[in-house]
Each structure stands twice: as C-alpha cells, then as structure tokens.
Ligand binder design. Structure first.
Ligand SMILES: [Zn+2]
Length: 313
C-alpha cells in the first residue's frame, strides 16, 4: 500500500512540476473582413500581465488560418491557439514573425507543436540575430521580468526567410513583405495583407505605448513608415496598442521626427546631450499619457542624440 502511495505521490509531483502556467484568455477582435487582432496589455512584461504585451494577428484565408506574431512565450502561444478555435475550426497553415524581439515570436513554440508542417516566416536577419544570441537574451529577460511565469519557453525560429517585396499566396490572400533596412531593428518585416487593405507594422509603429529604440534608428524607422504608407492600406496594426487607420502610422512617425529634430537642433546649437531632454519633453507633450513615456523618453533622447552625432560627423 505504502509503495503504491509513494508511486502515486511521485506521479502527482511530477505532474505538478511539468504543469505549465496558463495565460488568461484575450479575445480576437475582427478589424477587417477576414482580419483579426488580439490586442495585448500595454506595458512591459511583468508577472501580473503574464508576459503578454503584443498584438497577435490572424487572417482567415480559404486555405486556413495565418498568424502574425503569436506572442511572447509558449504559454501565450497556447492561449492564441485556444482563442483561434473560438473563431474558426480551420487549421493554422502559416505564421509570420515581424522582428527579432522575443515578445513577438516566442509563441511560435506552441504553434509548431500543434502544426509542425505549417511554415514560419521571418526576415533572414531575424534568424541570424536570434541564433547569434538575441533569442537567449530575450528568453532570460522574459523569465526574469515575469518572475518565471514564461519558463518552459524555448526559441522556435522561423524556418523560411523572406525579403522586401516577396509575396506569399495563401488561399485567395496575398501576403506582401516590406523591409526598408534598419528601422525598429535590422530584422523588421511589415506584413501587408493585400486583399484586406491591412498592414501588420510590427514595432515600426506603436500606439499608446512606447518601447525600446536600442536596436533601431529614428530616421530609418520614420523612413520605413513613410514607405509603407504608400501601400494605400486602410487598417494598420501596430506591434502594441490599438489598431486604427493611417493615423497609427503618422502619429508614431511624427514622434520619431520630433525627437530626432530636437536632438539635431541641440547638436547644431551646441547644447549638451543631457540638456536635450527638457526640450524634447516640451515638444512631445501630446504623447505623455502613452504607457512607458517616463521610462523611455530619456533613453530615446540619448539614442537620437547619438544618431545625430553619427550622421553629422
Ligand atoms: Zn520590438
């Protein structure tokens, strides 16, 4: 009897040890005829938000479901799979990843486990940078910021590389890639869904929330937004924050241009870099209620000033 009890208890413990955390459900919201977005919480990964902060997307094509950026962990990816099933019984046939930051693509793990034959697409620089260390850094950071909530997550990389101008046909839908060099990162793919007049911007634009600019450039990012606007799309999905019209793109581009412009003014006038921040704060007053403003504004000014110095010398 005792032996059986011991075996039973050991079994229970191993079940508990293997049990993965579960992310609470977020709904997919329909934004075009066949396009859906799950708008994640704003802010940085925490234990409270379970590390879920991005905007996973879903296009329901005649050939099956196409996902964009299925989230920051295997747990978020599993939640995305659950929520897809609430909308459609169609299988997932492809996934696109917009850039190397792990909050956007670590959910690949759950998708690949459920649909091992569905290709995962990303820019070649994403695959390269992830393999060269970014994946490990992001896994460690997610684990630390969520106090271990995302543990069990591993990096499942895209297995198909796409470049600017590439088009993938899935069912009756055309997925057109936009990449304009270093922008938010060196690894960005903006995914235009032609028939939906819709673009997934990745973090080339955020709305109501700021994030890091450490891997990007202000001018490159603003240029990429100017270029992608020419697609004539009507529905714009930022990497974080509410989906909207072209104002999603122009509002973020204005912010980038304002910060860069202030840094350039300061440089030209011989103002020290640490005196630039008050100037920028004054000029970006309209963005002060965006989540992360207080945290990021000083850093953004610092990066913009360095970028101006590099460009002007
Ligand atoms: Zn990012």
């Amino acid at each position: 009897m005792r032996v059986f009890l011991t075996i039973f208890l050991l079994g229970m413990f191993s079940l508990i040890a293997e049990a993965k955390n579960v992310v609470k459900n977020f709904p997919f919201e329909q934004v075009t005829a066949n396009g859906w977005v799950m708008h994640g919480p704003l802010g940085h990964p925490t234990a409270e938000n379970q590390g879920f902060i991005n905007n996973p997307g879903m296009i329901i094509t005649e050939a099956g479901v196409v996902l964009v950026d299925p989230g920051s962990s295997v747990q978020v990816g599993e939640m995305v799979l659950r929520m897809v099933k609430q909308v459609t019984s169609a299988p997932i046939v492809a996934t696109f990843n917009t850039h190397v930051h792990g909050d956007h693509w670590f959910g690949n793990q759950a998708i690949r486990a459920a649909y091992p034959d569905a290709p995962i697409y990303g820019h070649p620089n994403l695959i390269k940078e992830a393999e060269e260390g970014k994946a490990g850094q992001w896994l460690a950071m997610m684990d630390r910021l969520t106090e271990g909530f995302t543990r069990g997550t591993v990096a499942e990389l895209p297995n198909r590389a796409l470049n600017h101008g590439d088009e993938i046909k899935i069912g009756n839908h055309t997925f057109r890639m936009h990449h304009y060099g270093q922008s938010h990162t060196h690894t960005d793919l903006m995914v235009e869904v032609v028939e939906e007049k819709m673009v997934f911007l990745g973090d080339n634009a955020m709305s109501g929330r700021f994030g890091g600019m450490q891997d990007g450039t202000f001018l490159g990012n603003a240029n990429a937004l100017q270029q992608v606007l020419k697609s004539g799309a009507e529905t714009w999905v930022p990497g974080h924050g509410p989906t909207g019209g072209s104002e999603v793109v122009t509002t973020f581009a204005d912010y980038l241009n304002t910060v860069y412009g202030a840094a350039l003014y300061a440089f030209d006038e011989g103002i020290e870099s640490d005196e630039v921040k008050p100037i920028v704060v004054e000029q970006t007053i309209h963005y002060r209620n965006w989540v992360g403003y207080e945290l990021e504004i000083g850093r953004h000014v610092g990066y913009a000033y360095l970028e101006v110095e590099a460009n002007e010398f």
